[in-house]
Design a protein around this ligand. Sequence first.
Ligand SMILES: [Zn+2]
Length: 135
Amino acid sequence: MRLWDGRVWPCAGRYAGAPVFRYGWAPTGLATVRQLAERGLRPGGQDVAGWLVWGPSNRPRWAYLFRVDLAARKRAMTPARWAAIERCNAAQRICPTCGEDAGYRVPRSLGECWPCAAPSWGEHLDGAPDEGVAA
Ligand SMILES: [Zn+2]
């Protein structure tokens, strides 16, 4: 049979319109729900791309196969993931100039926290009259 990406692959037949692959013969790029879950993915509403069959022929076991390239990231956030995001945010809150935790993400455009960036602004703003700006 011809796969979704053009590769020609031997399959053991078809079932419900989808190709059946024997265990160990499934093409790369297809995965069972369990294999997707191990990579933090879920089928994401795609159609069944194939069937995986294994076990004795008189009592075969079946599993759905889905395309990995169509799979979606799991939405469920685990505490570990939240912690990772928190660490990432924390790193962006550290001002490289004073090394303090600014309490907010240091703006990329400034490259340092507001207090560190402010002195140079002060010079610039000193000569600017407040009247006129409001008008
Ligand atoms: Zn700073």
